[in-house]
Design a protein around this ligand. Structure first.
Ligand code: SF4
Length: 470
C-alpha cells in the first residue's frame, strides 16, 4: 500500500516543518512506513499543480493534517481528488479535523477523519485498510460509513513509546535549518479562544531522554534555530528550569524561540533565559483584566509590569502578543492595550485578529460572548474579527488586518515584518501611530494602500504605520 502524508504549510519559511506528518510516519509499522512519502505543499501553488504532485506516486491513501490556514484549500483538493479517483482513500486529522470532524468529513468527501492525536490511530487505520477490515473500532474516528465518531478521542497513551521523527530520520536536518521541536503536549490553562488544551489531559512532557538525544542531534547537524513547541514551557517553573538547563548544557549555540507565562517566571528562570540565546514570547492578548476574565485568563497588570521589567533588565529578548477584536474590547481598550505593551519596551509586538476556532469555548458559546459573525460555508466555521461588532463606525478600518502584523519596537531584532515603517516613525508610544484611528475616512483612504474584499476595505498594519507618518 502506498501512502502520502501531505502538509500544506502557511508559507515558505524556516518554520515550514512537516512535524505532524513526520510523527505520523515514524509511528507506522515498517512495512507501511517504507511506502510512505511526505509531501510539502505551499498555498501559492495552484491546485492543478498540487493534484498532479499528489497523484504522481499513484497513492492508495492520502492523509492531510488540517489547520485553520489550510482547511479551505485542502477541502477543495480532496473534492477534486475524489471526483477524479473515487477509490483513492482520503483521511484528515489535526486540530481543525478534530474540532469539526463531521463537517470536515462531508466538506472534503473524505473516507475518514481522525479526532485527537493521530499517531496510534493512523497506524491502526492503515492496517485495517490494508486488511480490508471495517473502520469501526478506533476511538475518535469518524468514517464515511458510520458518519458518527467512535466514542472517545485518539490519544497516544504512552509518549515514552512514541518514536521521534528526528531520531528516526523521518524529517530532514540540514546545516543552518530551523526545527519545530515538540517537548510537551497540552496546556495547564484553558483560555476560551485557544484549542491547544483540547484533547489533552493537562500537560504531558515528552521523555527527557528522548529530548536530550534530539538536542544532541540538532547540535551535531548544525541546526541554527529551534521553535520550542510547549504552550507554556514554565508551567510549572521547575519543568521550565530543567529544560533551560538542558539547552544551555547541550546546545547553547542554537537560537531558541520560547513561549512563556509571565506570571510564572521566577528569578532563576529569568537568569537562565538571559544566559541562553533565545526570544521569549509572552501572551498578553489584552491589558484589561475585565476583557480577559470571561475568557478564562487572569491578568494582574502590576505583576505583568514587574515581570516584564525583570526580563527587560536581564537583557532577555522578548515579544508580546495582542489580540484585537476580543469580546468586550473596543477601540479605546485596544489602544490602551497597545500602549501598555509599548511601554514595556519589548523587542516586538505581534498583533493577531481574533479567530473564533471550532472546538473552543468561544466558538461553542459564541452567542453568550456576543459574537455576531457568520459561518463561512467553504472554510467552515472560522469567524474572524472582521465580522465582529467592533467593525462599526470609524473602527472598521483597523480591524480587518489580513493575518497578523508585527511591530518591532527596538533593541535587538530577530525577525520582523514592519521594521522599516516603525524605524521611519521612531515611535516610543502608540500615540502618533494610533492617531490614525481617528482620522477622517478620506484621509485614511488617501494614505493607506487598500484592497477591497467583497464590500470590506482592508488595510494592513504596515499601511497604518505609513499613514501615521503623513
Ligand atoms: S492561550 Fe496559551 S495559556 Fe491559554 S490555553 Fe492556549 S496555550 Fe494555554
Amino acid at each position: 500500500m502506498h501512502l502520502i502524508i501531505a502538509t500544506l504549510h502557511v508559507r515558505e519559511s524556516a518554520q515550514a516543518v512537516a512535524l505532524a506528518a513526520g510523527c505520523l510516519k515514524s509511528n507506522l509499522p515498517e512495512k507501511y512506513r517504507k511506502n510512505t512519502k511526505l509531501i510539502d505543499l505551499l498555498p501559492d501553488q495552484d491546485n492543478d499543480t498540487i493534484l498532479e504532485r499528489l497523484l504522481q506516486g499513484k497513492p492508495d491513501l492520502i492523509v492531510f493534517p488540517l489547520y485553520t490556514w489550510n482547511r479551505c484549500q485542502i477541502m477543495e483538493i480532496c473534492r477534486r481528488l475524489k471526483q477524479q479517483h473515487p477509490d483513492l482513500i482520503l483521511v484528515a486529522g489535526g486540530p481543525e479535523a478534530s474540532a469539526d470532524s463531521i463537517r470536515v468529513l462531508k466538506q472534503g468527501q473524505l473516507d475518514a477523519v481522525i479526532r485527537g492525536e493521530g499517531e496510534a490511530a493512523l497506524a491502526t487505520l492503515v492496517d485495517q485498510i490494508a486488511h480490508k477490515q471495517p473502520l469501526s473500532e478506533i476511538p475518535g474516528l469518524v468514517s464515511k460509513t458510520s458518519g458518527e465518531p467512535v466514542p472517545g478521542a485518539a490519544l497516544c497513551p504512552d509518549l515514552e513509546a512514541l518514536p521521534s521523527p528526528w531520531l528516526e530520520r523521518t524529517l530532514p536536518l540540514e546545516e543552518g535549518c530551523g526545527v519545530l521541536w515538540e517537548v510537551a503536549r497540552g496546556c495547564h490553562f484553558n483560555c476560551a479562544f485557544c484549542y491547544d488544551t483540547k484533547g489533552h489531559q493537562g500537560v504531558r512532557p515528552l521523555p527527557q531522554k528522548r529530548l536530550k538525544q534530539e538536542l544532541e542531534l540538532f547540535a551535531a547537524r548544525g541546526v541554527s534555530q529551534i521553535w520550542i513547541l510547549d504552550s507554556t514551557f514554565n508551567a510549572p517553573p521547575g519543568r521550565g528550569r530543567k529544560l533551560l538547563q538542558m539547552l544551555l548544557g547541550t546546545a547553547p549555540q542554537i537560537h531558541y524561540h520560547i513561549e512563556a507565562k509571565a506570571d510564572l517566571l521566577d528569578d532563576e528562570t529569568i537568569c537562565l533565559l538571559a544566559e541562553l540565546q533565545c526570544s521569549v514570547q509572552v501572551g498578553l492578548q489584552s491589558a484589561d483584566p475585565k476583557v480577559l476574565s470571561p475568557l478564562q485568563r487572569k491578568l494582574d497588570p502590576q505583576q505583568m509590569i514587574r515581570q516584564l521589567r525583570k526580563l527587560s533588565d536581564a537583557g532577555v529578548t522578548f515579544g508580546l502578543d495582542l489580540i484585537y477584536g476580543l469580546p468586550g474590547d473596543n477601540h479605546q481598550g485596544f489602544r490602551r492595550s497597545l500602549d501598555f505593551a509599548l511601554k514595556r519596551q519589548p523587542n516586538q509586538i505581534d498583533i493577531f485578529p481574533l479567530a473564533v476556532l471550532p472546538g473552543t469555548e468561544l466558538y461553542e458559546d459564541r452567542d453568550r460572548f456576543g459574537i455576531a459573525g457568520e459561518e463561512q460555508p467553504l472554510t467552515g466555521p472560522l469567524i474572524t474579527a472582521a465580522t465582529l461588532p467592533m467593525t462599526c463606525g470609524k473602527v472598521r478600518y483597523w480591524l480587518p488586518l489580513p493575518i497578523s502584523s508585527t511591530i518591532v519596537v527596538g533593541r535587538s531584532v530577530f525577525f520582523c515584518s514592519c521594521a522599516r515603517h516603525w524605524r521611519q516613525l521612531r515611535l516610543s508610544s502608540s500615540k502618533p501611530f494610533l492617531s490614525g484611528y481617528s482620522r477622517p475616512e478620506a484621509t485614511l483612504v488617501r494614505n493607506c494602500r487598500q484592497r477591497t474584499v467583497g464590500d470590506q476595505k482592508q488595510f494592513s498594519l504596515c499601511n497604518w504605520l505609513s499613514a501615521g507618518k503623513n
